[in-house]
Structure formats: C-alpha cells, structure tokens
Design a protein around this ligand. Sequence first.
Ligand SMILES: *Cc1c(COP(=O)(O)O)cnc(C)c1O
Length: 336
Amino acid sequence: MIDFRSDTVTKPTQAMRAAMAQAEVGDDVYGDDPTVNSLQEMAADMFGFDGALFVSSGTQANLLALMAHCERGDEYLCGQQAHNYKFEGGGAAVLGSIQPQPLNNQADGSILLTDIEAAIKPDDVHFAHTRLLSLENTIGGKVLPQDYLAAAQSLAFNRGLKIHLDGARVANAAVAQGINMSEITQYFDSVSICLSKGLCAPIGSILLGDERLIAKATRWRKMLGGGMRQAGIIAAAAKLALTDQVERLAEDHYNAKLLAQMLVEIPELTVDMSLVQTNMVFATLSEHINSQSLARTLANKGILLSPSHQLRLVTHNDINTADISIFVNALKQAIR
Ligand SMILES: *Cc1c(COP(=O)(O)O)cnc(C)c1O
C-alpha cells in the first residue's frame, strides 16, 4: 500500500522495534521508568525547556497545556484552522471549561497581530479572561516565519498572555528552514510535539514547559486517565524518533515537491506550489471529477488517499521517490 492519507500511518522502524523489545521499564506513575525519564530529560534539553512530559497523543498534550495555562472561564486565542480548536472534539471547553476565541488564519497560516490585539478582552465582568495565545507550526504544511514568531511572543509578553505552540510537526518546520527545533520553540512558554507522525514512533507526544506547568500537566494527565505504567516500552521508540528521524524529514519534503511538480502537469488538477513547504501537497480537483470514485479506483491499485475536492497528500517514511511516480501514473489513468 502507498498511503498518502497522513504521516500518522508510518510504522515504527526496525531499530524502534528492537529498542522497544529491550527497553528498561518501571512504573512511570511513580516516576520509576528509566526510559521515560531519559526521554523526558533528552527532550527538555533538546528543546531548551525546564521540563518535558511524555503523553499519549498530541491531542492530550494540547489539552494539558490549555488546562495548565488556563482556569475555568478563561479563554485562549487561536486560529480558525487550529488543530486544538477544530480537530480536538472541543476538549478544552468540555474538559477544561476553557473558551476558545478563534481568529482568521491568513493564507500563510499566520494570524494577524492586529487581530490578536483586537481580540484580547478588557477586564470586565462580561468577558472571559484572555490568558493564552496558541499558534501552530507547521500549519497545513506551511512554516510560520521566525520573525513572526518573535513578534507574536513580544505581543503576548506585553499584553500579559502566555504563548503555546502546537508543534505537532515542529520538526518539519525546523528541517524546512535548516535550523534547530529549539530556535523555533524558544519563543514559547509551552510546546506540544507529536512523535508518532513523520518521526515514526508508534505512540506518543511530548509536552514542554517550565517546572510549574509540567507539574500541573502531570496532575491533569493522571486525572484524564493518561498515567501510563511501564511506558518505557513506547518511550524507547519515542527517543529514536528524536535522535534518528528528524533529519530524514528532508526526504519527505523532497518527495512532496517532486509530487507537486508532477501534479502541476495534470490539467484536471490545480496545485499552488507556494503552499508546498514541507510534507504536504494540496491539489484541487476540477469539478467533473468525483473524488470518492477516484479514491476507490486508486485503492484497487494499492494507493490510499482521503477523498475530497481538495486532496491533501502527505509524504512520509513509508513513501519513497519511486512510489511518487507510481501514484502519479495511476492517478493519470484513473482520471482519463
Ligand atoms: C496530529 C495533530 C495533533 C494531534 O495529535 P494526535 O496525536 O493525533 O492526537 C495536534 N496538532 C496538530 C497540528 C496535528 O497535526
């Protein structure tokens, strides 16, 4: 199968499976798991934070961050397209009694600083307390500029807000710019990072923050049922995600560019090359093509994609350069 649906479909590498089989473990709720502890220390060090917490998913990492920064009746500012607004089941509202204040994302994924300024509520009984600004990088495969992050950080600081990064794919953002991940995370009070997407770990995300934030998040994690016991089994793979898989993302970015360049040649598709910055390609199908039947035809040839008028094609470790040509040929045939 050549699976373009998401980079979440990546299987753990052989090295990960071997490390998992041999991992030293303990009860992590007691803080006794040496592999989890070493992952957390390594991540804190790598990203320049006091503390790190290994959690079950990116959704849980974002929720813990929101609940650690905000109290009941507070609000966070985020993009209309933000994962932690649109794709996390309303968890902040349901479980944290925290109100989202979504703001328009510009075409490049950023939120205008003037929109952020205008959305910060005055201290008045009518309003929720605005506590937090939450950004996402990459967002829809796009990289937020470093000078934008710096400006957002100073805005947040000047207005007394904390600033969180949903950095599910921050490694892609760093590799695309040829910089260290810590150069991106330096602008934030907390960061969530997925290890189970392009970085190939089977399970797990990391939340970064200062000691106080990590202590609060650890408490909420336990309450939410996220206290895992011999989690060293999965932390062993997660460590390799950080040490062995980050640089490799450049191959996914190369394959995405290649794919986009080949798709541009197909008259029935529209691809905006300026949006191809990391491992995602968005291709709009012309009206007469039925995306459901297209997806069925391709599935019969061993190629998976999510049917939509606007296709999102994601490259990852389990797709190589040859697979790109196989897919493009199959797509041309299916369209004709
Ligand atoms: C995937 C993703 C998440 C959530 O991660 P899960 O591990 O699937 O819960 C959060 N934010 C962004 C931007 C993501 O792409």
